[in-house]
Write a protein that binds this ligand. Structure first.
Ligand code: NAP
Length: 250
């Protein structure tokens, strides 16, 4: 169990992040549920956790802006005064576009949220968790994607490249802070049934891709959350720098 430990989940209001918040709370974590704009969804996750006897707060902040990152961590500091885990889950896709259609503005935003946001949040977490900085250690889980190794040709090679960056960052950060009490791992989901596909203009993508998945179905947010909870847990005390596929064989 994780009684009293504090977990920050970026993008915890919906999809995989919300499933992580609910599962972590049920295992005793106190949870900071970050969201970008959907306050109602974040507060609903917090309400469900409170009703089940857990402790949670909703925290507004855009991980793709420095002010947003600072606001998120200031809110966690004020509410809990400690941090033991970070799930770098906030992420975006774009509508399917070829490389010759992808605008510089889209590219910059994709990297700012998916890569810079995750790295900045990890840096703030390390400042609070590393024994080098007087912390008690902790754990980071990053959200990669099967796209990192498949490349997403014709759909969103920019998104795939952001997830490749997350893989490299996971390996490097894991080695950098391994002796400071912090484990760093990633999960690499395949096609998971969440709103992200609609946000990229393909609401039926998960269902339509089912026949291309060896297990013949998309995964659920809860199935990804289970893998993340394992990496957060004391069942994974010797696991760092790992990238765990949760993809039905894809
Ligand atoms: P989702 O359903 O679209 O939810 C996205 C979450 O991220 C929401 O809580 C959203 O907050 C938040 N968010 C978006 N931009 C943000 C920002 N700039 N700052 C803070 N929060 C932000 O996504 P999902 O499918 O659960 O995906 C979660 C992660 O898994 C992403 O990193 C994604 O790349 C990765 N992944 C997903 C799949 C899949 O098939 N679903 C596959 C592989 C990897 P609001 O509610 O405020 O909008």
């Amino acid at each position: 169990m994780s009684e009293g430990r504090v977990l920050l989940v970026t993008g915890g209001s919906r999809g995989i992040g919300a499933a992580v918040c609910l599962a972590a709370a049920s295992e005793g974590w106190r949870v900071a549920i970050n969201y970008a704009s959907n306050r109602q969804a974040a507060e609903e996750v917090a309400r469900r956790i409170s009703e089940a006897g857990g402790s949670a707060i909703a925290v507004e902040g855009d991980v793709g802006s420095e002010n947003g990152v600072r606001a998120i961590f200031a809110a966690v500091d004020a509410a809990f005064g400690r941090l033991d885990g970070l799930v770098n889950n906030a992420g975006i896709v774009g509508p399917p576009q070829r490389i010759d259609e992808i605008s510089p503005e889209r590219l910059e935003r994709m990297f700012r949220i998916n890569v810079t946001g995750a790295i900045r949040c990890a840096a703030e977490a390390v400042l609070r968790m590393s024994t080098r900085h007087g912390g008690k250690g902790g754990v980071v889980v990053n959200l990669s994607s099967a796209a990192a190794v498949l490349g997403s040709a014709g759909q969103y090679v920019d998104y795939a490249a952001t997830k490749g960056a997350i893989d490299s960052f996971t390996i490097g950060l894991a080695r950098e802070v391994a002796a400071e009490g912090i484990r760093v791992n990633a999960v690499r989901p395949g096609i998971i049934d969440t709103d992200i596909h609609a946000s990229g203009g393909l609401p039926d993508r998960a269902r339509q891709m089912a026949s291309s998945i060896p297990m013949q179905r998309p995964g659920t947010a809860g199935e990804v959350a289970d893998a993340i909870l394992y990496l957060l847990s004391d069942k994974a005390t010797y696991v760092t720098g790992a990238i765990l596929s949760v993809s039905g064989g894809r």
